[in-house]
Ligand binder design. Structure first.
Ligand code: ADP
Length: 267
């Protein structure tokens, strides 16, 4: 199976700092059996949010990182050869439906088109998953929830979610956390004292301003955490900033120089 699927039922609730009413909205969506779409740039906390909510609600989480070879069968399951026999093996979506779990499809627009065909009957009031190959029609239990994410920033026109699909989901717009919250998050994740995270967050803000001009994507919260982690481990801030907040953003020498100048001025 090519999908990266992880079934987890961790007792501990992963740390997540809310920046609005997203936890309440997720909970309402879960209670009312409504599917949820998370929109936002990479590394802004979507996956952590879903892991946090799944643990809070006590449901197992099945996460699938979608890619352009991902087919419906990767999600639903397939017959596999096992010691001379062919045995049906559930995919992560089927496991989530059978077990009343939360299925999170990260970057769903990357997947092949046939994936939307299996999602549609699960995302309206039928809440069913037909398994053509086994002849089963699975009815999702109340605890099943479908969550998908996509990054509107770098989707080309062809890859955007079709209105017929997106209008089946409640949607939450995820941006980078506001600076105060982001400094708290970076400190909690990296162990670097908060007052030393504040300038890094300010620099991230300045670099994010350049998005669209010279950069496709701004610095993610994830990269900020990496940077602070290196500094907390004793690395010189200039070196850590270059490795975590400049080099990952560009391959262009001129743009790199410009980013390093922004870092010098901002810090
Ligand atoms: P995405 O799924 O949007 O690409 P992630 O959920 O993987 O991003 O977030 C990347 C990292 O940023 C997380 O591992 C975590 O360290 C940190 N992070 C971002 N936002 C938050 C938040 N609100 N609370 C806690 N950690 C966060």
């Amino acid at each position: 199976m090519s999908a990266a699927a992880i079934g987890t039922a961790e007792p501990a609730v992963p740390y997540y700092a809310p920046t609005g009413d997203e936890c309440a909205l997720f909970e309402q969506a879960f209670r009312h059996r409504l599917p949820l779409l998370l929109k936002g740039p990479t590394g802004c906390g979507k996956t952590r949010f879903v892991a946090h909510m799944a643990a809070r609600l006590g449901r197992p989480l099945f996460t699938v990182a979608c890619h352009d070879d991902l087919t419906a069968a990767d999600l639903t399951g397939r017959y596999l050869l096992q010691g001379g026999d062919t045995v049906w093996t559930d995919g992560p979506l089927t496991r989530a439906v059978r077990g009343g779990g939360i299925c999170y499809l990260d970057e769903v627009v990357e997947a092949r088109k046939d994936v939307t065909v299996v999602l549609h009957p699960l995302t309206d009031d039928r809440r069913v998953l037909p398994l053509e190959r086994t002849g089963e029609l699975l009815h999702a239990p109340p605890e099943f929830m479908l969550v998908v994410s996509y990054n509107p920033g770098y989707q080309n026109v062809l890859k955007g979610l079709k209105p017929s699909t997106r209008q089946r989901f409640l949607a939450l717009d995820f941006g980078f956390p506001p600076p105060e919250a982001e400094a708290t998050i970076v400190a909690a994740e990296s162990g670097l004292p908060r007052d030393r995270c504040v300038p890094l967050v300010r620099l991230a803000g300045a670099l994010r301003e350049l998005k669209g001009q010279d950069l496709e994507e701004g610095v993610s919260t994830r990269l900020l955490v990496y940077c602070a982690t290196l500094i907390a481990a004793g690395m010189k801030p200039e070196r850590a900033i270059r490795a975590a907040m400049v080099e990952p953003l560009t391959d262009e020498p001129e743009v790199r120089q410009a980013l390093l100048r922004v870092a010098e001025i901002t810090l």
